[in-house]
Design a protein around this ligand. Structure first.
Ligand code: FES
Length: 150
C-alpha cells in the first residue's frame, strides 16, 4: 500500500520516507560507462545511477524508447530527479512539485505545480530560471540491454 503522507502537492510518486525526496534513494552503481540495465527501469522509467565520472545521474528512457541521462538535481528545491518519473509525453518530472524537464536540452518545460508552488507567476518565474540553469545532459545509447554513456 503506497504511503501517501507526503502527497501535499499531489505529485504522485510514492515514498516511504517522512522527508521530501531531496536525498538519494539507493542509486544503482554504474560499471564504468555502462549505466544501468534497461530492465532495471520500472513504470517510473527513471532511476538514480552513481557514476565515477559525473556523480549521481538521473538515467531513464522515454516512452518511445529514447534513453537519456541528466544531472539529478531539480532547479526548484533540489529534489532528486532520478526519484521522479518520465511522463507519457517524455518529460522527466520532479518527484516533489512535478516540474517537467526536456531530457534532450535539460530545459524546464513546465514549472512547479500544486496548490502552493503552482501559483502561476511563481511557477513561471521558476520555468524561466530552469531555462537558464538547465540540467546537464549526457550522450547515451542502448547497447546489449543496457544504457551506456557514449
Ligand atoms: S523540487 Fe522539483 S519542482 Fe519543486
Amino acid at each position: 500500500m503506497p504511503n501517501l503522507r507526503n502527497e501535499p502537492h499531489e505529485r504522485g510518486v510514492d515514498t516511504h520516507s517522512l522527508f521530501p525526496p531531496v536525498t538519494h534513494d539507493h542509486p544503482v552503481t554504474a560499471q564504468g560507462r555502462r549505466l544501468v540495465d534497461v530492465d532495471r527501469l520500472d513504470e517510473r522509467r527513471v532511476i538514480e545511477v552513481d557514476t565515477q565520472e559525473h556523480g549521481v545521474l538521473a538515467v531513464g528512457m522515454t516512452p518511445d524508447g529514447t534513453p537519456f541521462a541528466t544531472s539529478n538535481l531539480c532547479r526548484h528545491q533540489f529534489a532528486k530527479l532520478g526519484r521522479g518519473r518520465v511522463t507519457d509525453d517524455g518529460c522527466l518530472q520532479c518527484p516533489w512539485h512535478r516540474a517537467d524537464y526536456d531530457v534532450k536540452s535539460g530545459a524546464m518545460k513546465n514549472g512547479p505545480k500544486g496548490r502552493i508552488f503552482g501559483f502561476k507567476p511563481y511557477s513561471s518565474m521558476f520555468k524561466l530560471f530552469g531555462n537558464v540553469a538547465k540540467l546537464r545532459t549526457f550522450d547515451v545509447e542502448v547497447r546489449n540491454g543496457a544504457i551506456w554513456l557514449v
